[in-house]
Every structure is written in structure tokens, then in C-alpha cells.
Ligand binder design. Structure first.
Ligand code: TYM
Length: 332
């Protein structure tokens, strides 16, 4: 059976981009494949969270995964730091990852620009750790958003390099996956680029926010001064609102606003009001479930435990093979 691996960094609450870029695919894939979905808590150490924040954020993402429909009976749902085989393989793979290629990674360059005072080695070798997450289960598919495309390319490079170096076929070539055929990029509300936590509170729509907060964010989303001639092209800000509408509204609603944009009768306030209502209809049941699951400690701990066992079983089999191939052979 083909294998699927994907993860999310625990940096707070999950947003709409995480859902449509990643989790929506997880739900479909857990039915068909041997699936490993995890919380990338080791990755999140690059930003130095306090122990309380780290633990709280891991719990939040675990509850959100479960509330969104990940089923511990169907997939391995685990926490990265529960699998010590991952940091061990990371050590080995770091020996064959080169400074030049790591420095050229777009996400590294972004992070260096944004946090000049915290350019740590973990940030530089972040793509190696991510490759290990994927390679350690010999994944075929990796459901991710568009922003992770380059990391997948690096994963293939590291896996192939290992295979070549030791003349062994250990790692298959994993492919990024999206059920829509194209990798998804959900835009943010501030009109610039993808929705992200680092874009500030106003940029992202979080599942665990109250209705009033979400409504306010959408009503404040950046727009322009309106179309001035029929069938004018849309500005990025307005295009983004239409993109969000496409995720949660009916085709009739989308068509209505497309038409009113085309004939210049659109009022952005109406568009935002409708978007907010449709968004809340989609989010509210998931949010209620998140809050239930977060209070169910027994369910959280049982799920994490079962997931860790499944992930370790697969990871330790690969690690055993890798150790042999590298030449770590027992004398006793
Ligand atoms: P992270 O935690 O930034 O994001 C988690 C997932 O959400 C997707 N995503 C988006 N998709 C579409 N539009 C957006 N605006 C948007 N924002 C986030 C991301 O593409 C991702 O799929 N390095 C990874 C975590 C990771 C991982 C892995 C993923 C670690 N190891 C192994 C896959 C396989 C990251 O930082 O994602």
C-alpha cells in the first residue's frame, strides 16, 4: 500500500490555509493509504517557544486534527518528538546536505530576512529534518500547500543522494499532493501573499476564533476603491476575497458577486458580509468540536499514544536498514 506523510508546525491555532492546503487532503487520504500525520514540534524549536507554549500548542493542534476528522484508527496521528528515530536519522542526513543548497532555500532566506537576530543552525537544516519526516516512512505522497513545494524538491534530492551514495534503493521519490490537482495557496486578509500566522492576527482566519472575531477580521479585510469600468481586472486584494469565497460559498453566491463585479455594481461590504456568514457556517461546527476534544484528556492521550506506536514501528524499520547500509554494524 502506498504511504502518505505530512505535518504541521505547532505555532498556535490552525487557520484556513492549513485546512485547505493540508488537512482537507489528510481526511481523504487516511481512507485509502497508509498515512502518517504529525505535529512538527521539533521544527517549531527554531523559534524558541517557552515550554508552556510548546506544550499548549501541541495540544491545540492535536485537538484540531481530531476535531477536523483525523481518525487514530485509520491513520498514525503522532507527535514528532515521540519518535526518537527522527532526530537520529536527521543527524545522518545532515552529513550529506550542503551549505550552498541549504542557504539557497527560499524559506531560509525569508526567515533570515524576518529574524536577523535568530539565524540558528536548526533553521538552516530545517529542510533536512523535513526530508527525514517524509523519508523515514518511505512516503510516496505528501499532501501540502504550495509553499512547501521547494521543500519537497529538496527531500527528493536528499533521498536520491543517499540512495546513490550507498548504491541502495532505500528511499522512494515522494510527490507533493493535492486532491484538486494543483497545490493550494489560500490568500490572507491583508492583501499580501498567503494566509499565515506570521502575517499578524488580522491576516488569518483561525478555526478556534469566536464568531465576532472572525466577522470583524473579514469586514476589515483590505479591498480597493471598486471597479471603474466593466470587466476590469481585479486587484490582488479583491481577487483574494473571491478566492476565499470559492472555498466556502455556493456557486450561486460566487456567480452573483462575479457578475456584480463585472458590471461595476458590486459593494464590497455585501461581499464581505456574505463571506463572513458562509465562513462561520463552515467553521463553527469544527470549532465546537475542537473545544470538546480539548477537554477530553483521555482521548487526546490515547490518540497520541497509539499514533506514536505506529510511527515508531515504521520509523525504526527504516532506521535499522539505514544503520546497516551506512556501516554501523554491531560487534556484539
Ligand atoms: P506549516 O506548519 O507552515 O503549514 C502546515 C501545512 O499548511 C499548509 N499551508 C497552506 N496551504 C495553503 N495556503 C496557505 N496559506 C497555507 N499556509 C499553510 C502548508 O503548505 C503545510 O502543508 N515545514 C512544514 C511542516 C512539516 C512538514 C513535514 C510537512 C514538517 N515536516 C513533512 C510535510 C511533510 C511547515 O512548516 O508547514
Amino acid at each position: 500500500m502506498q504511504v502518505v506523510v505530512s505535518g504541521i508546525r505547532p505555532t498556535g491555532k490552525l487557520h484556513l490555509g492549513n485546512y485547505f492546503g493540508a488537512v482537507r487532503n489528510f481526511l481523504e487520504m487516511q481512507e485509502k493509504y497508509r498515512s502518517y500525520f504529525f505535529i512538527a514540534d521539533i521544527h517549531s524549536l527554531t523559534t524558541h517557544p517557552t515550554p508552556q507554549d510548546l506544550h499548549g500548542n501541541v495540544k491545540q493542534v492535536l485537538a484540531e486534527y481530531l476535531a477536523m476528522g483525523l481518525d487514530p484508527a485509520k491513520c498514525a496521528l503522532f507527535i514528532q518528538s515521540d519518535v526518537p528515530e527522527i532526530p537520529e536519522l536527521y543527524t545522518y542526513m545532515n552529513m550529506n546536505a550542503y551549505l550552498g543548497e541549504l542557504e539557497r532555500s527560499a524559506s531560509f532566506k525569508d526567515k533570515v530576512r524576518a529574524h536577523k537576530d535568530n539565524v540558528n543552525a536548526g533553521l538552516l537544516t530545517y529542510p533536512v529534518l523535513m526530508a527525514v519526516d517524509i523519508l523515514i516512512h518511505k512516503a510516496d505522497f505528501v499532501p501540502v500547500g504550495k509553499d512547501q513545494e521547494q521543500h519537497l524538491e529538496m527531500t527528493r534530492q536528499f533521498g536520491n543522494r543517499f540512495n546513490r551514495m550507498y548504491n541502495a534503493q532505500v528511499f522512494p521519490e515522494p510527490q507533493a499532493y493535492s486532491s484538486t490537482g494543483e497545490l493550494v495557496k489560500v490568500p490572507g486578509l491583508t492583501g499580501q501573499g498567503k494566509m499565515s500566522k506570521s502575517g499578524g492576527e488580522a491576516d488569518a482566519i483561525f478555526f478556534d476564533d469566536d464568531d465576532t472575531v472572525t466577522r470583524k477580521k473579514i469586514m476589515r479585510a483590505v479591498t480597493d476603491s471598486g471597479p471603474t469600468e466593466p470587466n476590469a481586472p481585479k486587484s490582488e486584494e479583491v481577487q483574494n476575497l473571491f478566492e476565499l469565497l470559492k472555498l466556502v460559498s455556493t456557486t450561486d453566491t460566487i456567480e452573483h458577486f462575479e457578475n456584480s463585479y463585472a458590471d461595476c455594481s458590486i459593494r464590497y461590504g455585501d461581499l464581505k458580509k456574505q463571506l463572513a456568514e458562509d465562513m462561520l457556517k463552515f467553521i463553527a461546527p469544527i470549532r465546537e468540536r475542537i473545544r470538546e476534544v480539548k477537554n477530553d484528556s483521555a482521548y487526546l492521550s490515547k490518540s497520541a499514544q497509539i499514533g506514536a506506536e505506529k510511527a515508531r514501528e515504521s520509523a525504526s524499520a527504516t532506521l535499522k536498514e539505514v544503520r546497516e547500509i551506512i556501516g554501523f554494524r554491531k560487534f556484539y
